[in-house]
Design a protein around this ligand. Structure first.
Ligand SMILES: Nc1ncnc2c1ncn2[C@@H]1O[C@H](COP(=O)(O)OP(=O)(O)OP(=O)(O)O)[C@@H](O)[C@H]1O
Length: 568
């Protein structure tokens, strides 16, 4: 019955299967078994404790010696019976501690495993799929959704414990008086069915709460990303109002959720109380059960009532948190379905020419981003790609760098066709610098070593000089100056120059710059453009640039319009 309730929301059976699949993994199997054993131990001690009440009453009252179980443990002095009782309570308390710790271990292990699974599959997915992810989608999933999975497991584990405890109490009631226990079961089932609409409403509010959480998360991450634009457009108060509306809608739903949970619990308590009263009335008036038995039964039912209330609360908690499993599994499944090509073959060194023949790229549900591209890019040249926004420049750069594999046509290096299996190897021969230069936390040195873990101090300074990033010498601690999120905030131009130095340290065959000089002043841009020109002695440079000095210095200018090459 408990699980029927827990499984009532849409697709819940599938989610339950997914959770059980996760719990069967070797890292969690032992913890899950420990969790189950502790729950069984706690539940059975509870049931035995109540059954022990019968000989306890029998030892106190001569009338109680007629009870069905009075003979059990007869002859034992009161002190021994009480000591047994205390031992059982102690055992139950110990089992509960063991259970809580096991649940923590399992839920944390599950979160770590899900998160690592999601991260690894995401990092291993094709760029084309990654670039199409909704803004903030992966972060929301990796941080909050996966944390909600731990909560769902805790809810489920508690539901199991409650189910076992209720089963033990029911077994105790059956041992004490089977007819009265049957009346209570029938009454309980009736009350359960009667209050189904209340539970349904509580579940719907739980689902609405999940949706509101997602909305607030998305609004917050969009605001954080757009702070500069919000401020420059003077939209601070408008945005604050939008967030306030989101927060208050969340609060209202949270209140409704708490209220509906409390009401559902209160109704369950009242219904349970009525069922208990009915069972006692039937026991005394119709079944003529002796008063001491009725007392023990009452104690059992009174203990069971709050447990039923807890079942309701935890089933709601599970219904609220378990959809996070579906999201996590869907994300992992999608990343796997878009897994990058396996790196099984080496790509040739770029010695003479990179050729594209009739290359086409089409994103799902869109017109082709590129079509019929025929190009030859000779090695050790400075090549500029230009064209209007959306004409396919970044897509072409992604094809050249091996981040994207064309849907049609071929790419060849020195006449050797680039196969899907060579893509990873080819990528390792290229370096990419994007417009929004990415600087990781840590020091300048850490950022440079990202490209080459064994780069020497001299190599790092040479790359920095070549990228016109001499300003690093003036930073406090130079190469060891903390930068990025954990340290000094660098300007857009400074970041671009460090990103360029990092790319150079990789000694690539091909270096691709996607508007990577856009944040520089004209003097720095000129200096870097000249540096790029001289870099062609050892590498090939492809730069996406709309204007400025780069197209003038280029050996080859490729102009794109609507996904096709046109005359420059
Ligand atoms: N991951 C994606 N999913 C769907 N469509 C995409 C994706 N990436 C690019 N596109 C679409 O492909 C077309 C070419 O995009 P691309 O980014 O290559 O153009 P671009 O010339 O670099 O544009 P811009 O100069 O504005 O950066 C555009 O219509 C774009 O919307």
């Amino acid at each position: 019955m408990i699980f029927i309730q827990a499984l009532q929301h849409k697709g819940a059976a599938m989610v339950m299967r997914q959770v059980l699949d996760e719990l069967r993994q070797p890292a969690m199997r032992r913890g899950s078994v420990r969790m189950l054993c502790a729950s069984l131990l706690a539940a059975s001690t509870e049931g035995i404790g109540f059954v022990l009440l019968v000989p306890l009453l029998a030892s106190l009252d001569a009338e109680a010696s007629n009870l069905p179980l009075a003979g059990f443990a007869s002859g034992l002095p009161l002190s021994v019976l009480l000591a047994l009782f205390v031992a059982l309570v102690g055992l139950r308390a110990g089992a509960e501690v063991w259970r809580v710790l096991s649940v923590q271990d399992v839920s944390r292990a599950l979160v770590d495993s899900l998160r690592m699974n999601a991260v690894q599959n995401m990092l291993g997915a094709r760029w084309r799929w990654l670039s199409g992810l909704r803004e903030g989608e992966a972060e929301a999933l990796l941080v909050s959704d996966i944390d909600r999975c731990a909560y769902a497991v805790e809810m489920l584990a508690t539901l199991v414990r409650l189910a076992l405890a209720l089963a033990a109490l029911l077994a105790a009631a059956i041992v004490v008086s089977p007819p009265a226990a049957l009346v209570a079961i029938a009454g309980g089932l009736f009350a359960y069915l009667l209050f189904a609409p209340v539970r349904r409403k509580a579940r719907m509010i739980g689902e609405e709460l999940s949706a509101r959480h997602d909305t607030v998360h998305t609004q917050l991450s969009r605001t954080m990303r757009g702070l500069r634009v919000i401020k420059s457009f003077g939209k601070e108060s408008e945005h604050a109002r939008m967030l306030e509306n989101g927060f208050s809608a969340l609060r209202r739903t949270e209140r409704a959720y708490v209220g509906s949970s409390a009401i559902a619990q209160a109704i369950l308590q009242v219904g349970g109380g009525a069922v208990t009263a009915l069972a006692i009335w039937v026991a005394v008036t119709t079944l003529s059960i002796p008063l001491p038995t009725v007392l023990v039964l009452t104690a059992i039912f009174v203990r069971a009532l709050p447990l039923i209330g807890q079942v309701q609360a935890h089933a709601q908690g599970w219904a609220h948190a378990s959809p996070a499993f579906e999201s996590a599994r869907k994300f992992i499944g999608a990343s796997k379905a878009h897994a990058d090509a396996v790196a099984s073959a080496p790509a040739p060194e770029f010695k003479s020419v990179l050729s594209l023949r009739d290359v086409g790229v089409r994103f799902a549900g869109r017109q082709g981003a590129l079509s019929g591209i025929d190009l030859d890019i000779a090695s050790n040249r400075l090549v500029v790609i230009c064209g209007p926004s959306g004409s396919g420049k970044s897509t072409l750069a992604d094809i050249c760098s091996g981040l994207t594999f064309p849907d049609s046509g071929t790419v060849a290096i020195n006449g050797i066709r680039l196969e899907l299996s060579m893509l990873c190897s080819w990528r390792s021969r290229t370096a990419y610098v994007q417009q929004e230069a990415v600087i990781f936390g840590g020091t300048v040195r850490d950022n440079l070593r990202f490209a080459d873990a064994h780069a020497t101090e001299d190599q790092m300074w040479a790359a920095l000089e070549e990228a016109h990033a001499g300003f690093v010498r003036d930073l406090p601690d130079g190469l060891d100056c903390p930068v990025g999120a954990t340290g000094r905030e660098l300007s857009g131009g400074e970041k671009q120059r460090i990103a360029l130095a990092r790319a150079l340290l990789r000694s690539p065959d091909l270096i691709i710059l996607d508007e990577a000089t856009s944040a520089l002043d004209s003097a720095s841009e000129k200096a870097i453009a000249e540096a790029l020109r001289s870099m062609t002695e050892k590498t090939t440079v492809i730069a996406i640039a709309h204007r400025g000095i780069l197209p003038k210095l280029a050996d080859q200018v490729i102009r794109l319009e609507r996904g096709g090459v046109v005359a420059p």
